[in-house]
Design a binder for this molecule. Sequence first.
Ligand SMILES: [Mg+2]
Length: 229
Amino acid sequence: MRKTVIFVTGSDTGVGKTVISGLLTRFLKERGVDVGVCKPICSGGREDAEHLLRAAANKQTLDEVNPWHFAQPLSPLVAARLERKHVKPAAVLKHIEKVRARYALLVLEGAGGLLSPIGEGFDSRTLLTGLKAKPLIVVADRLGAVNQALLVLEALPKRYQAGAQFILSAVAKPDASTQTNARLLMELRPENPVHCLPRVSAKETPLLADKRAPVYRVFHRLLEKWNLA
Ligand SMILES: [Mg+2]
């Protein structure tokens, strides 16, 4: 039986994947789960991987959390080509499987959105399905969120759609839709849980142990839905 991988993907880059992956990792740790992290491919800096590593505070090294990194802030495929490097999906999957084997649960952050080209002939969907991971879809909670959420969900193979969950991440400037996005998405896709995450900066330490805190409730419900609570 392969161990669980939670694959944090999203509708776009910059929607909150890293903050959410870090919070989820810390939440799991506080509950005593032996959790590993992975951000296999970075471009334009390794801050995401460093953030995840800090959250996990385990024995992993940065190179293990993030073995492939490229200088230019472009899609990883293009950034790698500029350095005349070629990342193959089999190598990435092999690395992730090695990390997965050592932890009870692995939190993995994709690069960009679900279909962003991250290497030669593959994207996050390739990895997600190769790992049989649980899809956590992050979407910024602003006008357009419902369409973006549905596009990502539809892009998943049918058997992964059923288990997918959404997090609508709060934006700096909410608009009128922020009040209705979650409800509308739940109405359209009642089988997929929708969680609203309040705005949390990467540096802030939210009250993950406080059962009344909104962040606590979001992650508790999320894990419950996947029978991981
Ligand atoms: Mg990120």
